[in-house]
Ligand binder design. Structure first.
Ligand SMILES: [Zn+2]
Ligand SMILES: [Zn+2]
Length: 453
């Protein structure tokens, strides 16, 4: 743990906060920072159904002597807690003989006792809980991911489903999409915000709410994903896989698998979440004072009003398919959690020319485009759909005709030149129908006027 020695005192406290959380202590937090002293870590343990507070003093020094233990012992004795309290001193270095003797007399894991953890102990704990030190920070080690595939459907089932919605395109005839898996780090912080706001007139506002805050935890700034993605991650029974066990399977299933790194430590995400929750629970309250004057008060929960119950890192699978059709590359991308998914991009559900997804979409086999009703026509020679983007056009019988290419246009020109007049007229159906109707009216008019009907 050479890296441990390079940490600042504050970084050491952050690291220990993570360590204690991994060891299963509850409500692990740091006391407010003071100018002259470091921060204590405050946490709780439940022994035989009884909740006990633990006050931890962190000493990032080579040697810790007896006065440090004495001082913590009195802090434990006076600590304001509704229940028993014990102490703990943690150092990256070692304890002096007198310090150990003093602590032995008090007892370690007993009410009022002081437990000592030195650099050697920390090394062992680090190995035990699998904490890796990376660039002077503890990287979040996470081996769990939400299941990237549907439990009963094939890898590319979503792409095939989308293709089935398109006219003139058969799922059976498309090439196999290239589908990559990106595992995006997320951290879900579960915290209860419990705050009461009082003034001289009594309680004016109360908050008591437990929230799951999902955080995108990649290298960039932490952010909260949209609602759909949040519920994918925060669903308590969302199926998970062990990445260690499933590695080969994933590499067989996907064309590429990329695991992104967590950008920050659990403690940093926790702090970020606490700040978000404090802001989210901030309310402006209007009330009338004893003197009948109206007041306005902004109620923001304090840091200690937000109790973090759980920090849960998990990889969120981002499945990215690329389907090449003709001149086009279609992307279909979604976040997955077993049978559930949240689509982030689907090029197969919109017209390549105008982006509309309304109405029927039709495939143009000539160029590979997907088209809305406004951008698809019928090829005059082939009788197949052709899009306005790739078609070669020319007007015949006052109507624009669409062709796959110049050759087809040429062929039709020759055909048209050979046509009789009524055949040419048929090339413009509305015009031809108009002519026929006009003729019919003319006949009826004549018949009517001679009095036969
Ligand atoms: Zn269109
Ligand atoms: Zn086309």
């Amino acid at each position: 743990m050479a890296i441990l020695d390079e940490l600042s005192g504050y970084e050491f406290e952050d690291l220990m906060e993570d360590v204690f959380r991994h060891l299963g202590y509850e409500n692990v937090r740091q006391s407010p920072r003071t100018a002259d002293e470091g921060r204590d870590i405050l946490m709780e343990e439940v022994v035989d159904g009884r909740r006990r507070a633990v006050v931890v003093e962190c000493k990032h020094t080579d040697s810790v002597s007896r006065p440090v233990i004495q001082k913590l012992h009195s802090a434990v004795a006076t600590y304001d807690y509704d229940g028993p309290v014990r102490g703990m001193v943690v150092t990256t270095g070692r304890f002096t003989g007198p310090a150990r003797e003093y602590a032995d007399e008090l007892g370690a894991r007993v009410d009022g006792g002081v437990e000592l953890l030195d650099g050697q102990d920390l090394r062992e704990i680090g190995e035990e809980i699998g904490m890796d030190l990376y660039n002077g920070r503890i990287e979040i080690l996470c081996e769990e991911a939400l299941r990237p595939t549907h439990p009963t459907a094939s890898r590319d089932a979503p792409v095939f489903e989308a293709v089935r919605e398109i006219d003139n395109l058969e799922a059976a005839t498309i090439p196999t999409p290239e589908t990559r898996l990106e595992l995006e780090p997320t951290v879900t912080v579960t915290a209860r915000t419990n705050a009461t706001f009082e003034t001289s007139v009594g309680v004016i506002h109360r908050v008591d709410e437990t929230n799951d805050l999902v955080i995108h935890a990649a290298r960039d700034t932490p952010r909260v994903p949209d609602g759909e993605v949040q519920s994918l991650v925060a669903t308590p029974n969302a199926p998970r896989i062990d990445l260690e066990d499933e590695r080969r399977n994933l590499e067989r299933t996907f064309d590429a698998v990329e695991r992104k790194r967590f950008g920050q430590t659990e403690t940093e995400y926790k702090e970020w979440a606490v700040e978000r929750l404090r802001q989210a629970h901030t309310t402006t309250v209007h009330y009338t004072g004893d003197n009948n004057v109206d007041y306005e008060k902004t109620c923001t929960p304090s840091r200690s009003d937000v109790m973090v119950h759980q920090i849960d890192p998990v990889y969120l699978p981002s499945v990215r398919s690329r389907l090449p059709l003709g001149e086009y590359d279609y992307r279909y991308e979604y976040y997955a959690a077993g049978p559930s998914r949240s689509t982030t991009r689907n090029d197969l559900e919109e017209c390549v020319h105008c982006g509309t997804g309304a109405g029927t979409l039709t495939y143009c086999a000539n160029c590979g485009s997907i088209n809305c009703e406004d951008h698809i026509e019928t090829e005059r020679i082939e009788g197949e759909p052709v899009c306005t983007g790739c078609a070669v056009t020319e007007r015949f019988a006052l109507k624009t005709k669409y062709f796959y290419d110049e050759d087809n246009l040429e062929a039709f020109r020759a055909e048209y030149d050979e046509m009789a007049l009524h055949e040419k007229a048929r090339e413009n159906v509305p015009l031809a129908v108009g002519v026929v109707l006009a003729a019919l009216f003319a006949v009826l008019f004549v018949v009517g006027s001679v009095g036969i009907v």
